[in-house]
Ligand binder design. Sequence first.
Ligand code: HMG
Ligand code: MG
Length: 299
Amino acid sequence: MSLPKHVRLVEVGPRDGLQNEAQPISVADKVRLVNDLTEAGLAYIEVGSFVSPKWVPQMAGSAEVFAGIQQRPGVTYAALAPNLRGFEDALAAGVKEVAVFAAASEAFSQRNINCSISESLKRFEPIMDAARSHGMRVRGYVSCVLGCPYEGKVSAEQVAPVARALHDMGCYEVSLGDTIGTGTAGDTRRLFEVVSAQVPREQLAGHFHDTYGQALANVYASLLEGISVFDSSVAGLGGCPYAKGATGNIASEDVVYLLQGLGIETGIDLGLLIAAGQRISGVLGRDNGSRVARACSAQ
Ligand code: HMG
Ligand code: MG
């Protein structure tokens, strides 16, 4: 299969990246991050989550962040919603697109959203109905597609029915999340081979955490499988609060660098993206998790 000519990056830094941070981050810093990412040319930014503040305290200010950002026409600013309450809160905050999130492992589903996989899918149905009535699109996630922090290895056959259920209920795209970053390029190719028998490849995305340093190889393996949408996080920020030890997503800067080298368009200005990552890394007081950003900033 030939490589895609254009790739869309879903920037999850402000949500997946920051949700795991224990230290307080001001609304102003979150707003600045989203605005910087807009300036860098990201066409899709996941800004926050409308989840229980008891479960993920860092996302509590998401409505304020939405109120503060400068939205550029043509850019999607999305949020996670785990239930109808979250969807309604998102709607009230002016959010135009939401994402629901399920898991391929029962134990992770319980720890992350306090219900079974099938209960979670039932919970999403009223969100889908409400979104439809507002003309909104809904994206879907499946977590633990290549491994679970509680159950270990997860097979592609476990992932496929969950991805199919999200697709069948109306999610226009299903992002497959290697939450703990244990998957390898071989596992990734097999995953997309199996899942694409249930959901068309054009409606699948890859979401790779980089815990084991495999994420960039997994992006390349996915490209070879005809996948052209990837979630990534500026400066490699983040992790999941319910996947202990899991590090951030693949750094957006590193994906853009890879894609540029392959002659694949993203519409993203790498210099501005690096500047956005440097700034938020400074706010958090930590090293930039992007190898490309570190190398370019050292020159
Ligand atoms: P629960 O405790 O079972 O919910 O949590 P409940 O319905 O029993 O309600 C309990 C309390 O929460 C009530 O308040 C509700 O009002 C409130 P109280 O009466 O105790 O004061 N509540 C809410 N508050 C705000 N917003 C809401 C909401 N819903 C209920 N939407 C629930 C169930 C799903 C709410 C909870 O488990 C939760 O919020 N989980 C979110 C976990 C999360 O955000 N995880 C990280 C994102 S997923 C991820 O990172 C993976 C991904 O990146 C892909 C990958 O890497 O694999 C996407
Ligand atoms: Mg994630």
